[in-house]
Design a protein around this ligand. Structure first.
Ligand SMILES: Nc1ncnc2c1ncn2[C@@H]1O[C@H](COP(=O)(O)OP(=O)(O)OP(=O)(O)O)[C@@H](O)[C@H]1O
Ligand SMILES: [Mg+2]
Length: 315
C-alpha cells in the first residue's frame, strides 16, 4: 500500500497505536515519492502550546503579535516542495484546523500578520493514535478536515495482532543495532523467540526495538538468549497471560500496612496497564487531569506504565 500511494500527491491519514511505526510510514512515503531529496518536516501538534501553533505552522511577519520580533517561516514553508507530517492531528486546536483546511483547499499560504498569499507546494500527511471517527464525533477533529486528509488511510495494526511478523522485524532491527553499536549478533535463539512471541507488546514495535537494542548490547555476538531480556520480562509475560485469560486480574490488591501513596501508585499503574498505556484514557478513568497523571508518573521516575511495573514484584 505504501509503495502504491507514495508516488501520488494525495494526503494520507496514518492511524495506529503509539509505537506502531506511523512516523516511519510517513518518512517512507516521502522517500518513495518524487519529493525525496526535498525536506520532510514532522510537526507534533500535541507538543506545541496552543498560542504558538499557528505561527509554528503558517509562520509570521515581524510584529504580527506581541513577541513576534522577527519574521519567521512556518512548517509549510520549511517543507516547500517536500512533505509535511502533521502528527497527533486530533490535538490541533479546532480554530487552527479551520485555517489548515483553507490552506489545503486553496494551496495558498499566508503568514500571520501578512496580507500576501503565496502558492505552496507541499504534500501533507497526518497521523493520529486516536480513532479519527471518534475524534470527529467528540468535536476534537473537524469533519471537513478529516475528509480532506483521509483521502487515503493507512492503518498500522498493533504488534500483538501481527506477531507472525516479529521474526522479520527483529531481522531488520538487528541489522540496524549491530551497525549502531558495533556488534555482531546473528539472531535470537529459540527460547528467547518463544518469549518474544508470547509477549503482548503494549508499546508495539518501539518496545520490541528497545528490547532488541538492549539484548544486542548485552549479547555482543552469536545468538541472543532469554538471559539478555530485562529481568522482569518473564513476569510481565506471565501477567499478560493472566490478564488476557482471567478477568479477575483487573483489580488492585492493597495490603493493610500500605500507605495511601502506595495504593495510589498501584492503582495508577494498573489502570495505565489496562489502557495499554493510553494516558488520556487512564486519566479519564482515574478522574484526574492528564497533567496530574504525567506529574505522578514523573514522581515514579518513569513515563510508561510497563517500565515502572518492571521494577516491582507482580502485584
Ligand atoms: N516495521 C518496522 N521495522 C523496523 N522498525 C520499526 C518498524 N515500525 C516501527 N519501527 C521503529 O519503532 C519505533 C517507533 O516508530 P514510530 O516513531 O514511527 O511510531 P509512531 O507510531 O509514530 O509512535 P507514536 O504514536 O508514539 O508517535 C521507531 O524507532 C521506528 O523506527
Ligand atoms: Mg509518532
Amino acid at each position: 500500500m505504501i509503495e502504491r500511494v507514495a508516488p501520488s500527491n494525495v494526503s494520507v491519514l496514518i492511524t495506529g497505536e503509539s509505537g506502531t511505526g506511523k512516523e516511519l510510514v510517513a518518512r517512507t512515503l516521502h522517500e518513495l515519492s518524487p519529493r525525496r531529496g526535498k525536506p520532510f518536516v514532522p510537526v507534533n501538534c500535541a507538543a506545541i502550546p496552543e498560542t504558538l501553533i499557528e505561527s509554528e505552522i503558517f509562520g509570521h511577519e515581524k510584529g504580527a503579535f506581541t513577541g513576534a520580533l522577527e519574521r519567521r517561516a512556518g512548517c509549510f514553508e520549511l517543507a516547500e516542495e517536500g512533505t509535511l507530517l502533521l502528527d497527533e492531528i486530533g490535538e490541533m486546536p479546532v480554530g487552527t484546523q479551520a485555517k489548515l483546511l483553507r490552506v489545503l483547499e486553496d494551496r495558498k499560504l499566508r503568514r500571520l500578520g501578512s496580507k500576501v498569499e503565496t502558492p505552496m507546494n507541499v504534500r501533507v500527511l497526518a497521523a493520529t493514535n486516536k480513532n479519527p471517527e471518534e475524534a470527529v464525533s467528540s468535536g476534537h477533529l473537524r469533519g471537513d478536515l478529516y475528509y480532506r486528509l483521509n483521502v487515503f488511510n493507512l492503518h498500522m495494526p498493533p504488534l500483538r495482532e501481527h506477531k507472525e511478523d516479529i521474526p522479520a522485524i527483529i531481522e531488520a532491527l538487528l541489522a540496524d543495532m549491530n551497525t549502531k553499536h558495533g556488534r555482531e549478533v546473528k539472531g535470537v535463539d529459540g527460547e528467547m523467540l518463544g518469549r518474544l512471541m508470547a509477549h503482548d507488546w503494549p508499546g508495539n514495535v518501539r518496545e520490541l526495538r528497545n528490547t532488541i537494542e538492549r539484548a544486542v548490547i548485552l549479547c555482543g555476538e552469536g545468538y541472543m538468549e532469554t538471559r539478555h531480556l530485562p529481568p522482569a520480562f518473564g513476569q510481565r509475560f506471565l501477567r499478560a497471560e493472566v490478564s488476557t485469560n482471567n478477568y479477575s486480574d483487573s483489580g488492585v490488591h492493597v495490603e493493610i500496612g500500605s500507605t495511601v501513596d502506595e495504593a495510589e501508585r498501584m492503582l495508577i499503574l494498573k489502570t495505565l496497564e489496562s489502557t495499554r498505556n493510553n494516558k488520556t484514557r487512564a486519566a479519564e478513568i482515574l478522574g484526574i487531569s492528564l497533567k496530574t497523571l504525567h506529574n505522578k508518573l514523573k514522581e515514579y521516575g518513569s513515563t510508561t506504565a510497563s517500565e515502572t511495573l518492571e521494577e516491582r514484584p507482580v502485584v
